[in-house]
Ligand binder design. Structure first.
Ligand code: SF4
Length: 692
């Protein structure tokens, strides 16, 4: 234990882990960070925190951090440390050379949901203005891109409808494909407080998560569906609402469109609870009871996670939930709504900032002439009106040889993206992979240039949390690398012939506000004065918007969309008889690059496979045995833990450790609308691992 003494200064900043976005006072003695104290006036957390935000900040000063830029010609060569100017010029020259030989579209970039809005904004600007294409995507591709698509189609904007406080007004809480106690602990505390006060709870999840049964809380209904059948469940609930006369017709008539055609669709026999019970394994009576509770129990709110989005019908399911909320009038006031629990601290922001290949900042399509003109006038460069490549398309094009250079900002795609073999083949095929990160992560094994990044303690900017709350991130220390990430990106753009510079991130935010109507009223001065604001923040809502769609939907009328259930093509077979689904654990965060370099790793040293005792017994597997986990795309090994949280036939693991590499077995199946990978359904076989 190092005694750092009493702190003598504090800096108010924001947690760099999950999408709750808790505010903290970083207490320092000199330049040493002594502790992180949750801030009592933090809009998202009101003085609360979890074990990650409070204790897991040591990664920022971990000796594994690489602080100098490095280059190498081939990925088999040793790294060579260089100065910043050399590294930046090298990246610019190589990118330009690739474009000269293979075309403007042969390079692209991936933004990070762990970087600030300002850092993300400059990357998408570099791609559009300096690279001259729209080949920019975000890690939201692999998590909440279906949220973006589904909520935009139905409500008109790609974001959750409520603020976290709103849950205190909920009478019925429906948690679908999310595990808030592990993934979003501080919001889970708010939710549990409301449940202890008497709110009713519906959990839709193949796994018996803690919320189903924990001290003082018991779910009224746990719809333990077969993985991959979400859409059938939500359709069955809507079927009950429509056929039992539970529709809020005054809301529907005044606020929505396309209801009649949807109601005709949803009333069909194939959407009845009895038909759906066959598909999902959820008893019809439970589906009916849950639907009645949701429709008649008072204010009903939906909170959902990646168990909704990471499916071949992820976008369909998001629209299915929106349909259910509109049909019952559960939109536009406190205590209701459809709310994604975003995984990463700034995944909302990275999407808001135009990190999608088809959308400029503020979710406006690149084909919109008027929107493009705003940016073209300011940036003094033409913007391509056609969408660019999504991440999986970049990988496919790399394997085909038409995509040759990639800038990766703070993402470990070699560990986090599905079907690792395909990802690494794509990375190996590229001429130039540039990784900007804190650590030499799994992706850096395939990189030709490593640009050291900054931790949240060195950043100056903003994060936007899952409730659209824009929080300030203030620097506790100067960048250990000597340069801010946004400065590096600007310098690469400049070296490629596109001058781009800002005196400070506040000017980047000023540009965002000038170009993006939902951010028009946001400034660092306002954030410093108010603490935080929730977008839309503009002349109509100068102090932000806690609840959306109050008098009208962003698109005008809420739109009912028909959502037929289509089974995933991933099926259990004689060879792969079990279905694997994946999730997170409280003490670790995503691929673990940060939390594995803190004391938290002691609590969760490895990823394990949860398997039902029956499935284990028939395979001769005992608790703690090493097992192989194989799918049609890959094989890994890990330790088995016997658990009846999963039903017979379903196994579960986490993905925090590269040595296990759960994504070695996940497949290339993806959401039909957005290509979000189907991490949640993989047919696998499990067997005892035989050494030697
Ligand atoms: Fe950080 Fe999320 Fe924990 Fe809050 S709940 S302290 S944002 S990890």
């Amino acid at each position: 234990v190092v005694d750092l003494g009493m702190p003598n200064r504090t800096v108010l900043t924001t947690c760099a882990y999950c999408g709750v976005g808790c505010s903290f006072k970083a207490e320092l003695r000199g330049d040493e960070l002594v502790r992180m104290v949750p801030y009592k006036d933090g809009g998202a957390n009101e003085g609360h925190s979890c074990v990650k935000g409070r204790f897991a900040f040591g990664y920022a000063t971990h000796p594994d951090r690489q602080l100098k830029p490095m280059v190498r010609e081939r990925i088999t060569d040793p790294w060579r440390e260089v100065d910043w100017e050399t590294a930046i010029n090298h990246v610019a020259e190589r990118m330009k050379d690739i474009q000269a030989r293979h075309g403007v579209g042969a390079i692209g970039g991936i933004t990070s949901s762990r970087c600030t809005n300002e850092e993300v904004y400059v990357v998408q600007k570099m791609v559009r203005a300096a690279f001259g294409n729209n080949n920019v995507d975000t890690c939201a591709r692999v998590c909440h891109s279906p949220t973006g698509y589904g909520l935009k189609q139905t409500f008109g904007t790609s974001a959750g409808t409520q603020d976290f406080k709103s849950v205190a007004q909920s009478d019925v809480i429906m948690v679908i494909g999310a595990n808030p106690t592990d993934g979003h602990p501080v919001f889970a505390s708010r939710m549990k407080r409301r449940l202890r006060e008497g709110a009713r709870l519906i959990v839709v999840d193949p796994r018996r998560i803690d919320l189903v049964r924990s001290p003082h809380i018991k779910a009224d209904h746990h719809l333990q569906l077969a993985p991959g059948t979400n859409v059938a469940v939500v359709n069955a609930m809507a079927h009950v609402v429509v056929t039992e006369g539970l529709v809020d017709m005054s809301f529907v008539d005044s606020r929505c469109e396309d209801f009649d055609a949807w109601a005709e669709f949803i009333a069909r026999p194939e959407n009845s609870p009895e038909a759906v019970a066959e598909i999902t394994g959820v008893p019809a009576a439970d589906l009916r009871a849950a639907a009645r509770l949701y429709a008649t129990g008072g204010n009903a709110a939906i909170y959902y996670g990646l168990g909704v989005t990471e499916h071949s019908q992820g976008s369909t399911m998001v629209m299915g939930m929106a349909n259910l909320a509109m049909a019952t009038g559960n939109i536009g006031r406190e205590g209701v709504g459809v709310n994604p629990l975003r995984g990463q601290n700034n995944v909302q922001g990275s999407c808001d900032m135009g990190s999608f290949p088809h959308e400029l900042p503020g979710y406006r399509h690149v084909s919109d002439d008027a929107v493009r003109e705003v940016f073209e006038t300011l940036w003094e460069r033409p913007i391509v009106p056609e969408p660019g490549l999504r991440i999986p398309n970049m990988f496919d094009a790399a394997v085909d040889g038409s995509f040759r250079g990639l800038f990766v900002q703070g993402e470990d795609i070699a560990q986090s993206d599905p079907n690792t073999q395909h990802v690494t083949a794509a990375l190996e095929a590229m001429e130039l992979v540039v990784v900007q990160d804190l650590f030499l992560n799994e992706t850096a094994k395939f990189a030709h240039v490593f640009l050291p990044g900054t931790s949240f303690l060195e950043k100056d900017g903003t994060f936007t949390n899952a409730e659209r709350r824009i929080n300030r991130v203030r620097p506790v220390m100067a960048p250990k690398t000597g340069m801010h990430e946004w400065q590096i990106v600007c310098e690469i753009a400049r070296a490629m012939g596109y001058p781009m510079s800002y005196p400070h991130p506040r000017e980047i935010m000023a540009e965002i506000a000038a170009t993006t109507p939902t951010f028009a009223g946001v400034s660092f001065d306002k954030l410093d004065k108010l603490g935080s604001v929730q977008w839309p923040c503009n002349d109509s809502a100068p102090e932000g918007t806690p609840t959306m769609h109050v008098d009208a939907f962003v698109r005008g009328k809420g739109r009912f969309v028909q959502t037929p259930f289509v089974p995933t093509r991933e099926r259990s077979t004689r060879k792969y008889p079990l279905i694997l689904t994946t999730g997170r654990i409280l003490s670790q965060y995503n691929v673990g690059a940060q939390t594995r370099r803190t004391a938290n790793v002691a609590w969760h040293k490895e990823d394990v496979l949860e398997i039902h005792p029956h499935d284990a017994e028939v395979r001769g597997i005992g608790d703690g045995d090493e097992v192989t986990l194989a799918s049609r795309v890959g094989t890994t090994s890990l330790r088995a833990v016997l658990s009846d949280r999963m039903p017979v036939g379903v196994v579960y693991t986490t993905f925090h450790h590269p040595v296990t590499g759960a994504n070695v077995v996940t497949t290339e199946n993806s959401d039909w609308a957005t290509n979000c990978p189907e991490y949640k359904v993989t047919a696998v076989q499990v067997g005892l691992r035989h050494s030697g």
